[in-house]
Design a protein around this ligand. Sequence first.
Ligand code: ATR
Length: 280
Amino acid sequence: MIDQYAVFGNPISHSKSPTIHRLFAEQLQQRLEYSAHLSDVDRFEQDIQHFFAQGGKGTNVTLPFKEMAWKMAERLSEAAQLAGAANTLWMQDNLLHADNTDGVGLVNDLLNNCGATLKGRHLVVLGAGGAVRGVIKPLLDSGCASIVIANRTFAKAKQLADIFSELAQPGVSVDACEFAALSPSPRVDIVINGTSASIQGDVPPVPEGVVSAHTLCYDMMYSNTQTAFCRWARSQGAERVFDGLGMLVEQAAESFSIWRGVKPDTAPVIELLRQSLSHQ
Ligand code: ATR
């Protein structure tokens, strides 16, 4: 039987994961099948158990099941532990293992595809939900000088800042604030939008002046047209503006590498997806 992989989510029909993993498999001449499955909160655990009982090799998990996958896992990677959510599952020694590759996917996209430098840089991360929780530690590990987490609900930003400032290297700060308290000084090198505001076409109310020409702006969401955040960033004069399509492919490459032991070349896959998105 050909090795079976899958993604579980709800909704799932829009998922690009089957295409991405098919392209990786072709590139690396790996024989595998990757399918997309619609699940449901009442059924998710059973669906995962059934998939592995049938001999399935690994799954990705997307919204809204990442926390459920995390709870089901019998072994968590450090990244998954800290994220409180898992996007990659596999069986090893008869135990369900989980990792979260979203954060490393973001960092790899910034470094390898966006030409960003993270070492010594001052970052602002917008949002304090599940998506942001998954990326703070990998951003800290990349050597940045500071992270300010800004959120509509201050208490949630503060909670994350408290958790992650404990894990930061000496001299590296992780602070929390409301959007209105964001300020261009000290310098802001990179702004990452991890809110779900783009889904409704909204942009977090970041004060004028925080983003300028030299600020790299990154939206963890992507779309076939510019996201609302990317449009806003350009209107503020930012010259380097990226959406999260690269992050999607990079997190998939990390999952693929966990499962198959080989790491795909992401650039041609990002390029192909970008082309197909522009025709939608
Ligand atoms: P996800 O898993 O995508 O992170 P989430 O955990 O529900 O989803 O978190 C959504 C994040 O987007 C939160 O930080 C939320 O702010 P609150 O904590 O104040 O709810 C933020 N968010 C959602 N819609 C927003 C909007 N229109 N403007 C600003 N922030 C928004």
